[in-house]
Ligand binder design. Structure first.
Ligand code: AMP
Ligand code: MG
Length: 405
C-alpha cells in the first residue's frame, strides 16, 4: 500500500487534483470593494466604458498639431485643467491649448508639447530649442487601454491593490467573490497541550494548529481549529469524521512509522483513498494526501518545519483551488547561492534560508538548523533553499531555486 513518490510527482498529483477542484461550482457572495482585498473574484470585472474614456493628456503642456509647432509659434486659445471639458470646438490651425495631465485633449490636437520643452510669450507658445513632439506623443487615445465590455480582471483572480484600483475605476463599489473554503485543522499527539496551557516537562505546546491556521488564512481559506486528538485509533477516526464537514481536512502528526501513529489507519478506516503516502523529500517525508469521498485530506508530519514546508508546497495550491483561484502553484524564485552547500542525495531538500533581493537580483544563504523540529530556525528563515533529489553539492555563485513562504 505504501506510495512513496518524488517531490515532482507529488506536486503533479496535487496540481491534478487542484485543477479538478477548480472546475467545480462553489458558492459566491457580494462584498463591498474594500472588503474584497485578498478575496477571489467570482465573475470578471468588465470595463463599464472605454478606458481611457477620452483622449487623455499624459503631460502638463500644450495640446496642438505637431506639424504646426514644428513650423513656428502658436496662439494659446485657452486653458484646460483635468476635470474640465473643452467647449471651444475643433482646434484651429496655428493654435494651442494649455493642458494639464489627465485632461481631455481638445479635438484637432494630435500631441501635447511638454511644458518643459516650450517658452510662452505674449499669449503665444513655441519650442525652446527642444525637439517637437511627434503626432500622438503624450496622448493616450480613447479606448486604448480597454474597450467598454472588455474583461479588466478575469474570474479566479485574487484581488490585490492593482485589481482593487482597476475595479474602482470601473465603478465596482461591490464585487462578487467566492466563499472562502473551510479548512479543518486537527493536530494529533499525546504530548500536546494548548497554547494557553502550562506544559509539563515532557509536554509541548501545539504550535502546528496555529501555524496552519495562519497559512490557511494567508492563502484565502477559513481555518477551523479542532481540539487536540490523542494518539488513539478510535479518537482519531471520530475526529476525522467530525472534521469532514469542512471543504478540506488537514491533520498533523501521527503519520510516521511510530507505534502510536494512528492517522493513516484511521483515514483508511474512514474510507480514504490515498494518492501518495510519502514523498522523497526532507523535511516532510511522511506527508500523505488523498480523497475521502468528495473531499481531500492531507496528513502532515508533526515536526513544525515539516508542517510549514508541506503546507507551502502541497496544501496551499489545494486551498487556493478550492477558493476558486486559477494560479495556484507554489511560488519559487531564482537566487544566487552565497555559499557552498553539501547534502546527501536521494531526497529533495528544502533548507531554511535567508533570501534577500534588490533590483539587481536575489541572493540566498542557508541558516543553521537542528532538523525539522527547529522552530527557531523557521522563524528566522524567510525562504527555503531547494536542493534537487540527485544533488549532493551546490556551489557558491550558482543560480538556485528558492521556495518563498
Ligand atoms: P509526529 O509526526 O507525530 O511523529 O511528531 C513529530 C514531532 O513533531 C514530535 O517531536 C512532536 O512532538 C512534534 N509535533 C507533533 N505535533 C505537533 C504540534 N501540533 N505542534 C508542535 N509540535 C508537534
Ligand atoms: Mg505524534
Amino acid at each position: 500500500m505504501p506510495l512513496i513518490v518524488s517531490y515532482e510527482e507529488a506536486a503533479r498529483v496535487v496540481r491534478h487534483e487542484a485543477e479538478r477542484a477548480m472546475a467545480q461550482a462553489r458558492p459566491e457572495e457580494r462584498v463591498p470593494l474594500l472588503q474584497a482585498v485578498g478575496r477571489v473574484l467570482a465573475e470578471p470585472i468588465l470595463a463599464d466604458r472605454d478606458q481611457p474614456p477620452f483622449a487623455r493628456s499624459t503631460r502638463d503642456g500644450f495640446a496642438c498639431r505637431a506639424v504646426d509647432l514644428e513650423k513656428g509659434n502658436l496662439r494659446i486659445a485657452g486653458l484646460l485643467a483635468a476635470g474640465q471639458s473643452w467647449t471651444g470646438g475643433v482646434l484651429n490651425p496655428g493654435e494651442a491649448v494649455e493642458i494639464m495631465t489627465g485632461a481631455a485633449v481638445p479635438p484637432g490636437a494630435d500631441c501635447v508639447a511638454m511644458v518643459e520643452h516650450v517658452t510662452v510669450e505674449d499669449g503665444r507658445v513655441q519650442l525652446n530649442g527642444q525637439h517637437g513632439p511627434a503626432s500622438g506623443e503624450n496622448i493616450v487615445p480613447a479606448g486604448a487601454e480597454a474597450r467598454r465590455g472588455d474583461a479588466i480582471i478575469p474570474e479566479g483572480r485574487r484581488l490585490g491593490p492593482a485589481e482593487i484600483a482597476a475595479a474602482a475605476a470601473c465603478g465596482a463599489a461591490s464585487v462578487p467573490v467566492f466563499a472562502r473554503p473551510r479548512v479543518a485543522i486537527v493536530s494529533t499527539g499525546d504530548e500536546l497541550v494548548d497554547v494557553a496551557q502550562a506544559p509539563l516537562a515532557h509536554q509541548i505546546r501545539n504550535s502546528n494548529s496555529y501555524s496552519l491556521a495562519a497559512q490557511v488564512t494567508a492563502v484565502g481559506g477559513e481555518p477551523e481549529l479542532f481540539p487536540i486528538v490523542r494518539d488513539d485509533a478510535a479518537e482519531t477516526e471520530a475526529a476525522i469524521r467530525r472534521a469532514m464537514e469542512c471543504d478540506l481536512l488537514l491533520m498533523t502528526g501521527g503519520v510516521s512509522m511510530g507505534r502510536f501513529d494512528y492517522v493513516e489507519p484511521a483515514l483508511l478506516e474512514a474510507g480514504a483513498a490515498f494518492l501518495f503516502t510519502g514523498v522523497r523529500m526532507q523535511p516532510g517525508k511522511p506527508v500523505v494526501f488523498g480523497r475521502l469521498g468528495e473531499r481531500h485530506f492531507f496528513g502532515l508530519p508533526g515536526n513544525p518545519i515539516s508542517t510549514l514546508v508541506t503546507f507551502a508546497l502541497f496544501v496551499a495550491p489545494m486551498v487556493r483551488a478550492l477558493g476558486g483561484e486559477r494560479e495556484v502553484a507554489a511560488r519559487f524564485r531564482m537566487a544566487r547561492l552565497e555559499e557552498d552547500v553539501a547534502v546527501k542525495a536521494g531526497l529533495t531538500r528544502f533548507l531554511p534560508a535567508h533570501l534577500q533581493s534588490d533590483v539587481q537580483g536575489a541572493g540566498v544563504r542557508r541558516l543553521p538548523w537542528q532538523g525539522s523540529g527547529d522552530l527557531t530556525a523557521a522563524a528566522r528563515a524567510n525562504a527555503f533553499l531547494v536542493v534537487g533529489e540527485t544533488r549532493e553539492t551546490m556551489d557558491k555563485g550558482e543560480i538556485v531555486s528558492v521556495l518563498e513562504l
